[in-house]
Write a protein that binds this ligand. Structure first.
Ligand code: AMP
Length: 218
């Protein structure tokens, strides 16, 4: 099953994608994670992307489509993927249709996690990640069971993203409304968009997504 998770910054796409990947044996493809890895590796595209990401703006469609296209050729994605943070522009959505068709893949569901902007700044500025396995946490909403120890891998080092500061978050939310909301319309018009409530607790969002996916034929 191939799924797109859409939603504003802070909607919980990464957290839900992580859970879905574990529960359904799917591969999570986060373009944000892939771009951060490219930046850390110092590749030319990664370095170009890093400056744009720091400002909270969108990386060029060309760079993003290139990394997604390459990744979709890998053997491990054949059992199904969760696209997290992609597509973010209508052009990316159109190009994704072409990419999937060219690789003989099908899109089974597009799930939008709907949220109010008002709480997104707190959600994002409080979040952090295990440095070893990437599991997401939050200062108040989702702490590890034992402070300082990752629930998933036992790691003890954690990190915060450079672009998770208030000014950049506000820019990212504004860009979401301008450039990514039209993607919601794109899939709504094609009849494959389903919405879940992203303002309820994390487990309830997971239940709502599960209900949507259980109703979709793989
Ligand atoms: P994320 O981890 O999804 O919040 O993405 C972090 C940053 O990576 C975004 O603010 C953008 O600068 C960049 N980025 C991630 N995915 C995309 C995409 N599909 N298109 C353009 N830029 C992206």
């Amino acid at each position: 099953m191939n799924i797109i998770l859409l939603g504003a910054p802070g909607a919980g796409k990464g957290t839900q994608a992580d859970r879905l990947a574990d529960a359904r044996g799917l591969v999570q493809l986060s373009t944000g994670d892939m771009l951060r890895a490219a930046a850390a590796a110092g590749s030319p595209a990664g370095l170009k992307a890093a400056a744009v990401m720091k400002r909270g703006e969108l990386v060029s469609d060309e760079i993003v489509l290139g990394i997604i296209s390459d990744r979709l050729d890998d053997e491990d994605v054949k059992g199904g993927v969760i696209l997290d943070g992609f597509p973010r522009t209508v052009n990316q959505a159109v190009e994704l249709d072409a990419l999937l068709a060219s690789k003989g893949m099908k899109l089974h569901a597009v799930v939008q996690i709907a949220t109010d902007d008002a709480q997104m700044v707190d959600r994002i500025t409080g979040r952090y990640q295990c440095s070893t396995c990437g599991k997401n946490y939050h200062d108040s909403l989702e702490k590890p069971a034992t402070e300082g120890i990752c629930d998933k891998c036992g790691g003890t080092a954690f990190k915060r993203r450079q672009d998770d500061n208030e000014a950049t978050v506000r820019e990212r939310l504004s860009i979401y409304h301008r450039q990514t909301e039209p993607v919601v319309k794109y899939y709504t018009e094609r009849g494959n968009l389903q919405q879940v409530d992203g303002m309820v607790d994390i487990d309830e969002v997971t239940r709502q997504i599960d209900a949507v996916l259980d109703g979709v034929a793989s």
